[in-house]
Design a protein around this ligand. Structure first.
Ligand SMILES: [Mn+2]
Length: 325
C-alpha cells in the first residue's frame, strides 16, 4: 500500500472518535465483510463505530462475527465517514444523513468504475476484493488482525472471486488468503457458508428463471420476476448466485439476469467471459462494476429495461470484436 495514502488515512482516523462506516445497497459478501472487518479493526483502536447498510445483511453472511451490529438507519454526530466497496456515492443509498455533507469521507473501493467521490480516495482495481485492501491497510498501520476480523476479510475474497475462480485472481490475492488463514480464518468453512448454502426455494426459483433463458447474439439472459419470487416466497433480492452459475455456459459470451424489485425498479446483473467487458455497459446505464461482473438498477417496466440493457451489452461485445480486428 502507498505509504502516503496510508498516512493520510491514518491521520483522518486518528482525529476522529465517532466513525460511520457505510457499504453499498444490496450488499454482497465483500460489502459485509469489509464493513464488519474494518469496523472491528477501528473498534480495537478505541473508536466508536456505526456500521450501516441500507439493506439488511443477507442470510448467507449472518454467520460473520459482528453481523448483528449492522444498522439500516443512522443518526447523531459523526467525525468521519468511510465508504466501503461503493463505486459511486449513490451506492451508499439513503443511509447517510444529509447533514454529513461536510464531513471527511474516506472512499475505499476496488471497482475500476469508481467515481472518486471521497475527500480521500483509495481505489485499487488490482485488488480482488475491498477486504483485501482493508487487510493491506491493517498491515500498513500495524493493526492486529484477530480471528474475527480475518473471517470477515476472507469472506470478501472468497465471495468476490467465487472461491478464487475469477480471472483477476493473482499471487497478491492468494498471499492475502494465506495471511488470513494464519490469523485463524477457515477457507472451507467460509466457502461453505457464504457460497454453497442456500435455501431450497432459491433453487426452485432459479429453475423458473432457467426455464425462460434466452440466447441471442452470444448473450444469455433471463428474468426473475416479482411473480416468481412471490410464488417461491423469496423476498431477498440477491440473485448473484444465478448470474454466476450461468456465466460458465460455453455458448454465452455474456450473461444478464434481470430482477424485478418490490419498489418497481429492476436490478440488472451482468457477467462476461474473460477478455470481454460488461463494466462499460453498466457504467453507461448508471451502474458500475468490474470487467467480468457488473450491474445497474433501472426504472421502467421489465420489457423496456431488457431492450435497453441488451442493446448496451450487444454494443460492448461488438466494440470488443471491432477492437480485435
Ligand atoms: Mn467487492
Amino acid at each position: 500500500m502507498d505509504p502516503i495514502l496510508s498516512e493520510a488515512i491514518s491521520a483522518e482516523i486518528e482525529q476522529a472518535q465517532r466513525v460511520l462506516l457505510v457499504t453499498h445497497v444490496g450488499p454482497d459478501g465483500d460489502a459485509i465483510g469489509s464493513l464488519l472487518g474494518l469496523g472491528a479493526l477501528l473498534e480495537a483502536q478505541g473508536k466508536e463505530v456505526t456500521l450501516a447498510c441500507e439493506d439488511p445483511v443477507p442470510e448467507s453472511y449472518r454467520f460473520l462475527p459482528g453481523s448483528d451490529a449492522v444498522v439500516q438507519a443512522t443518526g447523531g454526530r459523526y467525525d468521519l465517514l468511510v465508504s466501503l466497496d461503493c463505486s459511486d456515492q449513490r451506492r451508499m443509498g439513503d443511509v447517510v444523513p444529509e447533514n454529513l455533507a461536510g464531513l471527511p469521507l474516506i472512499n475505499i473501493d476496488h471497482h475500476l468504475t469508481n467515481s472518486r467521490f471521497g475527500t480521500i480516495n483509495w481505489v485499487d482495481a488490482s485488488a480482488v476484493a475491498t477486504t483485501q485492501m482493508v487487510l493491506a491497510l491493517a498491515e500498513a498501520l500495524g493493526w492486529r488482525v484477530t480471528r474475527q476480523v480475518a473471517i470477515c476479510l476472507l469472506n470478501g475474497l472468497v465471495t468476490d472471486t467465487r472461491s478464487f475462480r475469477t480471472s483477476n485472481v493473482d499471487l497478491a490475492a492468494m498471499r492475502a488468503v494465506l495471511r488470513l488463514m494464519e490469523a485463524g480464518a477457515s477457507l472451507p468453512e467460509i466457502a461453505r457458508q457464504a457460497l454453497e448454502q442456500r435455501p431450497l426455494a432459491s433453487v426452485r426459483l432459479w429453475a423458473d428463471a432457467v426455464e425462460d433463458l434466452r440466447l441471442e447474439d452470444g448473450i444469455l439472459w433471463t428474468s426473475v420476476t416479482l411473480d416468481m419470487r412471490q410464488r417461491h416466497g423469496m423476498s431477498e433480492n440477491d440473485f448473484s448466485g444465478l448470474a454466476n452459475s450461468l456465466s460458465g455456459i460455453r455458448e454465452a459470451s455474456a450473461v444478464v439476469v434481470f430482477t424485478e424489485r418490490e419498489d418497481g425498479l429492476v436490478d440488472v446483473g451482468m457477467r462476461a467471459s474473460p477478455g470481454l467487458n460488461v463494466a462499460g455497459a453498466a457504467l453507461r446505464l448508471g451502474g458500475g462494476g468490474h470487467p467480468q461482473a457488473a450491474g445497474c438498477t433501472l426504472e421502467g417496466d421489465l420489457r423496456q429495461v431488457q431492450d435497453r440493457v441488451l442493446a448496451e451489452v450487444r454494443r460492448s461485445l461488438s466494440e470488443r470484436v471491432a477492437n480485435a480486428q
